[in-house]
Write a protein that binds this ligand. Structure first.
Ligand code: WT7
Length: 661
């Protein structure tokens, strides 16, 4: 056996990995006593997180739990998020890089935006937004690709106290319009286009189509990303060129607005069980304290680092761990515009090498792609600047974990497998990299001060080795405060399952993230996946019900059921089982209709990878579609109980159809 296969075999057999000594030596947190300390001091243990921020007015109360589940944190305090992420770093770090922006075209140089420059741009854009009419508490929507103006826009909104609502640029016009209508948002920031795998893609047409469906007037700001490669859009009267606005406000300054701790910082729409996306509301102090504290203690961020998270700012990971957490700590955060395999499959490693990246944070789906592409790509580069690796978004199996550990981390970097959600604001379950052993496949223990428990159907904690549902038994500063304009649905979606909703005792309130989980003898939690109708395609959260209504809206579709099927690289992928209207037999045409409908209503990421036409769907006697059976067919699994079906024979027919292809 060669030395290399020896190494691979040893690692393949290893279940527990100690934090590398070279990492522990310099880690931000190394004392295991933190768990007990936080438990004993709860909720005052979170004062340390609040101390990471600069306050205009000190807070009076750490936690106000008088009206559960409407918890409030750091009440009485006032602060500004943009001041915390920019201004306060100026005395020490004005000439240090805040944002390393890497464009996709390789002949274009990076933009290294210093804190001084970021301060200037945020001020100018904040002044421009005010002149457009944006007032405190107006919701500003963004539908932006990964341009440098994106973080500037977030921080400019925060500066004037205007909550932002970011809609992932890959989402369709209709998805944009829905969210703008739901949030009564009269302002949109978008871009003419962006580069993807070398092509200059048009984006403005899609945003415009969305604006056309908004039921009130909208002022739009357009970032010119493509220049001469653009698609010849002439701006209209209600559209304003970003660069012109900046030039018109050159040198302008805007005093950061003093916001109450509990004032809304932003909204983010995410998918849930029912068709309508949920507007998750995050507030200023708790969210910022949470993202700063976890960036420091989980991602081990230090001001002198060059940190790189490969997410898109259109998702919560980008909000929390490209923008707010890292910038609150005054570090250098990296954002990359393009695809990981452009121009070649070593693009991320080239960035790590060029910028001497110290932490790299990505999703398991990306790691599975790296693995498929092969170790030769990282081997082309010097990755020795890396100190820590992270993963987020879905469960990671031991095999890709170990590949990441070996081929990217060179066995010198701890991996943090961070479980959290849009709703939690930041990390909840993960090892502390300088404290805990790592167990590939398991996220780890709940963070200090986080009371996550795996419970059974009755809400009783399962014993070590057991499986059940993940819950969080106590509030935490980064939690969502409600669903925008919908307190009732907030309770229904997240609390009703395991709480006594009549009670005003916080002990009776339990947060339910809708994930299934296992717990081992060391208290390590392995999150298995969603137990609701949410699927996770390449780390993107999509609601099967939303996709189903898009499929059903297509011409000639009578009925449909959409399920998430296992996928090697994406984690899950979409399969649609479809009944055609009677008399229709052009399956190819309907397939196209379905694909277009899904792209129009949601976006290309939700497009079904497989569409199976069937004369019937498996239904219970009461007429409910048994999606579980369809999922089993899609996954090639042994079929479960079909005895409660009204039409058990159809299952075999569908199975034969799927397997036969
Ligand atoms: C859902 C939340 C958190 C930012 C990105 C996704 C799944 C997330 C893990 C992990 C297993 C994970 C859960 C969760 N998830 N991280 N480390 N291990 N599953 O945010 O779109 O709100 O999705 O992602 O199912 O509920 P999101």
């Amino acid at each position: 056996m060669t030395e290399e296969t020896n190494l691979e075999t040893r690692i393949a057999e290893q279940d527990v990995f100690e934090p590398p000594a070279s990492f522990v030596e310099q880690a931000n947190v190394t004392d295991a006593g933190i768990y007990e300390e936080f438990e004993e001091n709860w909720p005052d243990c979170w004062e340390g997180a609040a101390d990471l921020l600069s306050w205009d007015e000190d807070y009076e109360t750490v936690l106000d739990d008088s009206n559960p589940p409407f918890y409030e944190w750091f009440t009485g305090g006032t602060l500004n998020a943009s001041y915390n992420c920019v201004d306060r770093h100026l005395p020490e770090r004005a000439d240090e890089v805040a944002i390393e922006w890497v464009g996709e075209p390789t002949d274009e140089s990076n933009r290294s935006i210093t804190y001084g420059e970021l301060h200037r741009e945020v001020n100018e854009f904040a002044a421009a937004l005010r002149d457009l009419g944006v007032s405190e508490d107006d919701v500003v929507t963004m539908h932006m690709p990964m341009v440098a103006a994106h973080p500037v826009a977030l921080l400019a909104c925060a500066r004037i106290g205007a909550p932002h609502s970011v809609v992932f640029a890959g989402f369709s016009a209709e998805a944009l319009a829905d969210r703008m209508n739901a949030a009564d948002s009269e302002y949109l920031i978008t871009a003419d286009g962006y580069y993807r795998r070398g092509d200059p893609l048009d984006h403005l047409s899609k945003s415009r189509e969305g604006v056309a469906d908004v039921d009130h007037d909208v002022e739009t700001v357009v970032v010119d990303r493509l220049g001469d490669d653009g698609h010849g859009h002439d701006l209209r009267a209600d559209e304003h060129d970003y660069d012109d606005l900046m030039a018109a406000h050159e040198g302008a300054t805007v005093e950061p607005v003093e916001r109450d701790a509990e004032d809304m910082l932003f909204l983010m729409y995410t998918s849930g069980t029912t068709g309508k996306p949920k507007g998750v509301k995050h507030t200023t102090a708790g969210y910022l304290a949470w993202t700063a504290w976890t960036s420091q203690n989980v991602l081990d961020v230090k001001p002198e680092d060059t940190y790189f998270c490969s997410a898109d700012i259109g998702w919560i990971t980008g909000h929390s761990y490209i923008v707010y957490g890292p910038l609150a700590l005054g570090t250098t955060t990296t954002m990359y515009e393009g695809a990981p395999d452009y121009p070649e499959q070593d693009r991320f490693w080239e960035i790590v090498d060029d910028l001497d990246v110290t932490q790299f944070y990505t999703a398991p789906t990306a790691i599975r792609s790296f693995m498929k592409w092969g170790a030769e790509y990282p081997e082309r580069h010097d990755l020795s600047s890396l100190r820590l690796l992270g993963t987020v978004g879905e469960p990671i199996n031991p095999k890709p974990w170990k590949w990441y550990y070996t081929h990217i981390g060179g066995e010198e970097c701890p991996i943090v497998d961070t479980w959290w959600q849009t709703e939690t604001g930041g990390h909840m379950v993960t090892t502390l990299p300088g404290v805990n052993d790592m167990k590939p496949g398991s996220a780890g223990p709940p963070l200090p001060g986080v009371d996550a428990q795996v419970v059974d159907g009755d809400g009783e904690e399962v014993p070590a080795g057991g499986a059940g549902y993940l819950t969080v038994q106590k509030p935490w500063p980064g939690m969502l405060r409600t669903l925008y304009n919908n307190d009732e649905r907030f309770i229904e979606e997240y609390w009703a399952e395991y709480s006594d909703t009549e009670s005003d005792d916080p002990e009776d309130w339990v947060y339910f993230p809708e994930d299934g989980a296992k717990v081992d003898e060391d208290g390590y939690i392995t999150v298995v996946g969603r137990v609701d109708d949410v699927v996770n395609v390449s780390g993107h959260r999509l609601g099967t019900m939303e996709i189903e209504s898009a499929v059903v809206s297509a011409d000639h579709v009578a009925e449909a059921a959409v399920v998430g099927a296992d996928h090697d690289v994406k984690g899950e992928t979409i399969h649609a089982y479809v009944i055609l209207e009677s008399g229709v037999d052009d399956e190819e045409a309907v397939r196209k209709h379905i694909e277009n409908a899904v792209e129009d209503k949601i976006g290309p990421i939700a497009r079904p990878e497989r569409i199976v036409f069937t004369p019937e769907l498996p239904k219970t006697r009461s007429g409910k579609i048994m999606r579980r059976l369809l999922e089993e067919i899609s996954d090639g699994e042994e079929l479960g109980d079909t005895s409660t079906l009204r039409n058990p024979e159809i299952v075999r027919d569908i199975e034969a159809e799927v397997r036969g292809e």
